[in-house]
Design a protein around this ligand. Sequence first.
Ligand code: ATP
Ligand code: MG
Length: 260
Amino acid sequence: MKILLCGKGGSGKSTIAALLAKNLQVEGYRVLVVDADESNFGLGVQLGLGDPVELMDQVGGKSAVKSRMGVSRGDGHKFPVFTETWRIDDIPLECLSKEGDLCLLQIGKIRHYSEGCACPMGVLSKDFICNLLLDSNDIAVIDTEAGVEHLGRDVAAGADLILGIIDPSYESIRLSEKISAMAEECNKPVLFIINKVEKTFADRLLAKIGKDRVIGIIPFSGLVQEKGFLGEPLDASSLDVSSVIEVICRIQRGQDFMHN
Ligand SMILES: Nc1ncnc2c1ncn2[C@@H]1O[C@H](COP(=O)(O)OP(=O)(O)OP(=O)(O)O)[C@@H](O)[C@H]1O
Ligand SMILES: [Mg+2]
C-alpha cells in the first residue's frame, strides 16, 4: 500500500509520517518513506536517518526531468522519467538511507534562489510513485509539502490512500474539505488524522469532519515539541498512533477498505 500524507503547513505531516513508518516497521513491515516535500529538510532527522542522494540528482537533475516532461510512454500515459516499474530492491542504494527495514528516499529539494518552479519534483514524485511496485510486506509512506499543490499536480495518481492531517484550526478544516473533494475527483479513498488536539477540541473537530473518516486523534505532546525544537529523532512510542496503525494493517491485509 502507498499512503500519501497531506495537510496544512505545520499540521504534523512529517511527524506523523515518521511515527507511522517506525510503528509499521515494529509491526514487521518493510517501510519506504518517500520525502516528496521540495522545501523542508526535517524528515530525515525525525526518522533518525541521514539524507540520501536525491532521486532528482540520480536521474540527471531538474533540467533532465524538465526536458522529458510531457513525453508520452506510447500508450497515452505520460511517464517521462521511468519507462519500467521497479521494486524497493531496485532503487539505487545511494538513494536510500536505511536502518533495518526502514528506508528513506528523497525526491529532491529546492536549493537555489531563482532556480525555477518545482514542477519537475512533482512530475518525478508522481512518476516514481506510479511505477513503484510493492510486495505484500512493503508499505510506502509519502510525505508531501504543505497544501494541495501536489494534488493539483496529480501526485496521488499512484497512491492507494490519501491521509489528511488536521490540526485544530479553521484553515485546516477548510483544507480537509478541499482534500476530500480532490480525493473524490481522483477516485482515491481519504481518511483523516486529527493532530495536536486537546480533548474538547477533538470532539468539535470530529463533529465537523465526520467520525467515520477520522482514524486517529493525537494529542499535543510537549516531548514531541521538544524533539522538534532540538532536531532529535522520534521513537515509535513518541506518540500513540496505534489506532492508525491498526487501520493501515487491516487495509494492507485486505480485510477492510474504508472508502470516502
Ligand atoms: N502531536 C504533536 N505534539 C506536539 N508537537 C507536534 C505534534 N505534531 C507535530 N508537532 C510539532 O509541530 C511542528 C510541525 O510538525 P511537522 O513538521 O511534522 O509538520 P508538517 O505538517 O510536516 O509541516 P510542513 O508543512 O512545514 O512540512 C514540529 O515542530 C513538530 O515537532
Ligand atoms: Mg513536513
